[in-house]
Design a protein around this ligand. Structure first.
Ligand SMILES: [Zn+2]
Length: 123
């Protein structure tokens, strides 16, 4: 077999280098796409976490009621505490409460099981 000429060898290596550059571009594009998917996944997870919870808007005056919102409701933008249904029910026992008219959280709280509070057994 005859050896390739020097110009042929150079041309083969240029072809390999071009192919490797193309592959590198493909891999970098895949990495960018997956990184965007990971960010979107985290965002959706955070939204789902909030949507499964409730927030309580405290009354500004004694005459006002506490207002319960679903976690994703925009009517309670300052909310920091996202609590689950049983916690809301326990927190709001004996308090003057209404459900937000926009997000309508009450159907999500209806039938919520809460642990029976142990009577104070005294000391
Ligand atoms: Zn609301």
């Amino acid at each position: 077999m005859s050896e390739s000429s020097l110009p042929e060898r150079i041309e083969k290596h240029r072809a390999v280098a071009a192919w490797l550059e193309f592959q590198l571009g493909q891999e970098r594009a895949t990495i960018r796409r997956l990184e965007k998917e990971a960010v979107e996944w985290d965002r959706r997870k955070a939204v789902a976490w909030r949507e499964r919870r409730f927030t309580v808007q405290e009354p500004r005056h004694d005459e006002e009621q506490y207002v319960i919102h679903r976690g994703g409701c925009m009517n309670n933008p300052g909310a920091r505490d996202y609590v689950q249904a049983p916690e809301v029910v326990i927190m709001m026992q004996g308090k003057n409460v209404e459900g937000c008219r926009t997000c309508n959280p009450m159907p999500g709280l209806r039938g919520t099981w809460t642990p029976r509070l142990a009577p104070d057994e005294g000391a």
